[in-house]
Design a binder for this molecule. Structure first.
Ligand code: NI
Length: 189
C-alpha cells in the first residue's frame, strides 16, 4: 500500500528511529511496513525510503535503483531491505554530489563518503553485511541518515546550491551530469 510521505518540518522526520527487536522482524506489522515502504518508494520513483518517511519511527529502510527516471544517472541497486542498519565508513575518500529527497522539495550539493559497509538484518531477520561504493554508498548514507533524524538540508554546506527540481533541470543539470558521470566512472566501473 502506498502511504503518504511526510515533508520537511514534520517532527517524525527528526526522530531517531527505534531499533526493531529481531524477533519482531517477521511480525505482520513489520512485514506490512516493509511492503508499504517498497510500494511507496516505487510509486514516488525514490532510490530509497526510510520508515520515518511513512510516519513510522522504526529503524528500517529500503533501497533500490532500476533505471530510475528521477535519478537516471544512478547505477543499479538491487532491491534491499535494511532492518536496524549501521554504516561503517571505509577509508576517507569522498565525492561531491547533489541529492534530492522524497521529504524535501529541493535538491542541494553535499559530500558523501565513497565507500561504506552496512550491517543489518534482512526482511527475514537474517544478518546481512554489504559493501556499497560511490553513488550507491551515498544512497545508503542518505537513508540511514533518515533513521537518525537527519535530512539533506543538514548536510548541504552551501545553501545557495538549493534548487527546486524544475530549476535544477533548467540551470544546473547539465554541469551536474558532466560531473556525476566522472563519479560513476570512478566508482562503478
Ligand atoms: Ni530522503
Amino acid at each position: 500500500m502506498i502511504r503518504p510521505i511526510p515533508q520537511v518540518g514534520d517532527p517524525v522526520l527528526r526522530v531517531a528511529a527505534a531499533t526493531i527487536p529481531p524477533e519482531e522482524v517477521g511480525s505482520v506489522e513489520v512485514q506490512t511496513l516493509i511492503d508499504d515502504l517498497i510500494d511507496t518508494m516505487r510509486n514516488a520513483n525514490g532510490a530509497g525510503i526510510a520508515a520515518n518517511q511513512v510516519g513510522v519511527p522504526l529503524r528500517v529502510c529500503v533501497i533500490g535503483v532500476d533505471r530510475n527516471p528521477r535519478y537516471p544517472y544512478k547505477p543499479h541497486i538491487p532491491l534491499t531491505v535494511l532492518v536496524n542498519p549501521t554504516v561503517t565508513v571505509l577509508g576517507d575518500d569522498s565525492f561531491a554530489s547533489n541529492e534530492g529527497c522524497l521529504s524535501v522539495p529541493l535538491r542541494g550539493d553535499l559530500r558523501r563518503w565513497a565507500h561504506v559497509e552496512v550491517a543489518a538484518l534482512d526482511r527475514t531477520g537474517a544478518p546481512l553485511v554489504a559493501r556499497f561504493d560511490g553513488l550507491s554508498a551515498g544512497t545508503v548514507q542518505h537513508e540511514v541518515d533518515h533513521l537518525e533524524g537527519r535530512l539533506i538540508v543538514d548536510h548541504v554546506e552551501d545553501p545557495t546550491t538549493f534548487s527546486t527540481w524544475e530549476n535544477f533541470d533548467r540551470f544546473h543539470k547539465e554541469a551536474f551530469m558532466a560531473h556525476i558521470s566522472t563519479v560513476v566512472d570512478r566508482y562503478h566501473p
